[in-house]
Design a protein around this ligand. Structure first.
Ligand SMILES: C[S@@+](CC[C@H](N)C(=O)[O-])C[C@H]1O[C@@H](n2cnc3c(N)ncnc32)[C@H](O)[C@@H]1O
Length: 244
């Protein structure tokens, strides 16, 4: 298992939550800066996929500072709930909601994706951007999203993946493993966090491997699409309409 702070105590969950608390103040800036703004396009695409479900109630798992929730407002849902383990990230997100006057429709709450505090069959759709890679127990996190979805509900997952073309992969890996950690560390003052990012992407079961895990968890009609030469993928699947 890849943990953020190699020489530090605590399980992955504690370390991940501490890491995001540490970098929350710089998270939004670094996201857009280090991805040259492409992350915005990826979130838009995720919401486009989610629009198939015309959801009224949406759960944004590992919501961080709430960018995906804000993007999902386009779908005119009745309610969006964002849940995240890091209070630091949530605090930044809530500031944004106040500034944009969106607190009546989006609520950000602290919680663990692997033990969600919501009742079974509460949401029409669930989404998670750059979150599943950080879970301590990926199967449990997916099982929890399945549990809280209504029958027929849609899950959309956006996550980094490893590019396949060997030419592009070499260029990308130089950026991802050398340049990004340098600027990430410089701006966030947390060198480990931006070393953890490429290391965790490297260890993540991407593409067909992640689809297999989704299917084994119980999602149906699971498929994926590649984004930007395979730097990221969008995965989606449904909860069966007729559950036993
Ligand atoms: C890379 S950030 C992504 C934030 C946001 N979804 C976005 O698109 O910018 C990953 C987030 O996952 C959260 N996270 C990691 N493990 C979690 C868990 N077990 N339960 C809830 N949130 C978790 C972190 O606190 C962090 O805010």
């Amino acid at each position: 298992m890849v943990n953020p702070y190699k020489s530090s105590a605590g399980n992955k969950k504690d370390q991940v939550s501490r890491m995001f608390d540490n970098i929350a103040w710089r998270y939004d800036f670094l996201n857009h800066f280090l991805s040259f703004g492409i992350d915005r396009r990826w979130r838009k695409r995720a919401i486009h996929i989610l629009s198939q479900a015309s959801p009224e109630t949406i759960l944004d798992v590992a919501c961080g500072t709430g960018d995906l929730s804000i993007e999902a407002l386009k779908l005119k849902p009745r309610k969006i709930i964002g849940v995240d383990i890091s209070e630091g990230m949530l605090a930044k997100g809530r500031e944004k909601l106040v500034r944009k006057n969106l607190e009546n429709i989006i609520t950000l709450v602290q919680g663990d994706s692997e033990a969600l505090q919501f009742d079974d069959q509460s949401f029409d759709a669930a989404m998670v951007a750059f979150g599943v890679r950080n879970f301590e127990d990926l199967n449990q996190g997916l099982a929890e999203m399945l549990r809280v979805l209504k029958p027929g509900g849609l899950l959309v997952v956006l996550e980094f993946s490893k590019p396949r073309s060997s030419f592009f992969k070499n260029i990308f890996n130089f950026y991802f493993f050398r340049i990004l950690p340098f600027f990430g560390s410089l701006f966030s003052k947390d060198a480990s966090a931006y070393r953890y990012l490429p290391a965790s992407v490297n260890a993540f079961p991407d593409r067909i491997n992640f689809l297999d895990i989704m299917r084994k968890t119980g999602f149906t009609d699971a498929c994926f699409e590649e984004l930007t030469m395979g730097i990221a993928c969008l995965y989606y699947g449904k909860k069966e309409l007729h559950t036993k």
